[in-house]
Design a protein around this ligand. Structure first.
Ligand code: GLU
Length: 503
C-alpha cells in the first residue's frame, strides 16, 4: 500500500490571548511533519461564534510567525484544502450530518431544554452520571419526518454503541479504552444548525487529509467519540498522539493566574523567539545532553516517541536560563536590534540616536547579555550607563535588602581619607584625558591611581565606583568609564562630590 504523505495540523479556537500551549502543540506538529517530509497546517476552529474574535485570530497568526512556527497552509496563506477557517466551512457540515442520519448512525433529537434539565436533575438525585438517555433514538422515521416538516427545533446526535469499548491506539500511551455505555450520544449539529467541535473537527481532519492528530491530553476524552464518527462515515481514522499538558510549578494545569500563559507577554518582556521555541521543545521531551538548540536542530533530531508523559513544568527559571544562553549565542548586531525597543522605552536611546550612541548601546548590550535573562532586563540593568545622577540613600537601602554586609560600604568608602584622595587624583587624571577613553586606557588610569596612592582596590576603586556608578558593586568600572566618556564621568563625580560634601 502506498504510504500517505504525513499531514499534521493545529486547530486552535481564537478566544483570548495566544496561548503558550498553542505554540507547544504547534512545535511538535511542525517537527513531526517536517521530520517526515510532510505538511503542517493551521485551521482556525471558530465554531463558537460568541467567543471567537478576529483579534484573537490575528494574534495566533502573528505569534506563530514571530516564533517561526511556519504553517504550510492556513487561513492567511491559503492551500489546496481550504478554507481553513471553520466559519467559512459551515455549509459543509450539514450534508455530512445528513449522511450519518441517512445511514442510521446519527439521529434527530427533539428533546426540549426543559426535558434535558429534568433528566439531568433526576440523574443527579440518583447519583448517576449525567448524559442523554437516548429518548429520540427510537423515534420512527415517519414521526421524525413529520416533526421536521413541522419545523420543530432539533439537534443531530451520534448513536454511540450501547455496548463494548472504543479503543484509542495512542502513539505514546498505547491502548486507551473507553466503555461505550459511559459516553453520551454526542450532539453533532446544534439547534441553530451550527456544527459542534466534534463533527467539524473530524470532518475537517478527514477532508484535509490529516494523518496524525497531535493534540493536548485534555482532548483525549473526546477521541472515542471521534473514532466512532470516523467509523460512522466509513473513513480511516488518523493516528492519535495526546501530548502531556503543560503545568504550573505546583504541577496543576498551566493557568494564567499562576504563570503567564500569553505568548504576547513573553515577547513584550524580551524573551527571544529562539528561546521560547527551544524551551517548549524541552517540555516533556528529552533532547539529550545539549539542551540549547535551534528549531532546525530540534526538527533534525525529532522523534515523537521520545515524548515522556510525566507532566512537564513550565519553569520560568529554566526559561530564563535558556533565554540567557540564546542571547549570548546570538549575533550581537541582531541582538542589539531586538534590544532597541526596550532601550527606547526607557528613554536611553531615541529614534535619532547618533552613530556613537548606538556604538555605546552595542557595548552595553554586549556586556549585559552575559548576566541578564531577558532583553527587558538588559535595559533595566543598563541604568548604570545611562543615568548620571543617583541617590546613595536609595542604593544603600536596596543593598540593605539584598546584601546586609555591604550596607554601609558606599558611605564608608567616600568618607574614608584615602577614598577622598583617590577621587581627587582620579579627577586630575580625567581632566588630562581625551574625551574618548578606551576600556584599556580607563583600566590603566585606574591602575595608575592605585599605584600612586599606594593602596589596593578596596581603598581606591571602591570610592571611585561609588562616585561614578552610585553603587558599591556591579559592572566593571573601566567599561562604564569608556562607555560614558570623560565629560559624563566627571559630571557624575562632581555631582556626587557636591551632593555628599565629599571634600
Ligand atoms: N479547537 C480545539 C482547540 O481549541 C482543537 C483540539 C484538537 O486539536 O482537536 O484546541
Amino acid at each position: 500500500m502506498e504510504k500517505k504523505r504525513v499531514r499534521t495540523r493545529i486547530a486552535p479556537s481564537p478566544t483570548g490571548d495566544p496561548h503558550v500551549g498553542t505554540a507547544y502543540i504547534a512545535l511538535f506538529n511542525l517537527a513531526f511533519a517536517k521530520k517526515h517530509g510532510g505538511d503542517f497546517l493551521l485551521r482556525i476552529e471558530d465554531t463558537d461564534q460568541t467567543r471567537s474574535t478576529v483579534e484573537s485570530e490575528a494574534q495566533i497568526f502573528e505569534s506563530l510567525k514571530w516564533l517561526g512556527l511556519d504553517y504550510d497552509e492556513g487561513p492567511d496563506n491559503g492551500g489546496n484544502y481550504g478554507p481553513y477557517r471553520q466559519s467559512e466551512r459551515f455549509h459543509i457540515y450539514g450534508d455530512y450530518a445528513k449522511q450519518l442520519v441517512d445511514n442510521g448512525t446519527a439521529y434527530h433529537c427533539f428533546c426540549t431544554q426543559e426535558r434535558l434539565d429534568n433528566l439531568r436533575d433526576r440523574q443527579k438525585a440518583m447519583k448517576k452520571a449525567p448524559g442523554y438517555d437516548g429518548h429520540c433514538r427510537a423515534l420512527s422515521k415517519e414521526e421524525v419526518e413529520k416533526r421536521l416538516a413541522a419545523g420543530e427545533e432539533n439537534v443531530v446526535r451520534l448513536k454511540m454503541p450501547y455496548e463494548g469499548e472504543t479503543v484509542i491506539k495512542d502513539v505514546l500511551r498505547g491502548e486507551v479504552r473507553f466503555e461505550n455505555n459511559l459516553i453520551d450520544d454526542q450532539v453533532l449539529i446544534k439547534g441553530d444548525g451550527f456544527p459542534t467541535y466534534h463533527l467539524a473537527n473530524v470532518v475537517d481532519d478527514h477532508l484535509m487529509e490529516i494523518t496524525h492528530v497531535i493534540r493536548a491530553e485534555e482532548w483525549i476524552s473526546s477521541t472515542p467519540k471521534h473514532i466512532q464518527l470516523y467509523r460512522a462515515f466509513g473513513w480511516d481514522e488518523p493516528e492519535f498522539v495526546h501530548m502531556p499538558l503543560l503545568r504550573n510549578a505546583d504541577r496543576t494545569k498551566i493557568s494564567k493566574r499562576k504563570n503567564p500563559t500569553s505568548l504576547i507577554y513573553y515577547r513584550e518582556n524580551g524573551y527571544l523567539k529562539e528561546s521560547m521555541v527551544n524551551f517548549l521543545g524541552l517540555m516533556g521531551y528529552n533532547v539529550g545532553e545539549n539542551e540549547i538548540l535551534s528549531l532546525d536542530e530540534f526538527i533534525e533530531g525529532f522523534d515523537i516517541t521520545k515524548v515522556s508523559l510525566g507532566g512537564p513544568v513550565f519553569d520560568l527559571v529554566k526559561l530564563g536560563w535558556v533565554n540567557n544562553q540564546h542571547m549570548r549565542k546570538k549575533d550581537l548586531a541582531e541582538l542589539v536590534e531586538l534590544a532597541k525597543p526596550f532601550f527606547l522605552a526607557k528613554g536611553y536611546i531615541t529614534e535619532n540616536s547618533t552613530e556613537k550612541e548606538l556604538e555605546a548601546l552595542t557595548k552595553v548590550v554586549e556586556i549585559l547579555r552575559e548576566g541578564a535573562i531577558t532583553l527587558k532586563e538588559i535595559a533595566e540593568l543598563a541604568d548604570i550607563y545611562y543615568v548620571d545622577s543617583f541617590e546613595l540613600d536609595k542604593v544603600t537601602e536596596e543593598m540593605n535588602k539584598n546584601e546586609r554586609k555591604s550596607v554601609e560600604r558606599p558611605y564608608h568608602a567616600i568618607e574614608d581619607e584615602t577614598g577622598k584622595k583617590s577621587i581627587k587624583l582620579f579627577i586630575e587624571k580625567l581632566n588630562a584625558a581625551n574625551e574618548e577613553i578606551t576600556a584599556d586606557e580607563a583600566k590603566a588610569m585606574l591602575h595608575d591611581t592605585m599605584e600612586e596612592i599606594g593602596e589596593g582596590p578596596g581603598k581606591v576603586l571602591m570610592p571611585l565606583r561609588v562616585v561614578i556608578t552610585g553603587r558599591g558593586k556591579g559592572a566593571e568600572l573601566y567599561n562604564v568609564i569608556s562607555i560614558i566618556g570623560k565629560t559624563r564621568t566627571l559630571k557624575r563625580i562632581n555631582e556626587m562630590v557636591a551632593k555628599y560634601n565629599i571634600f
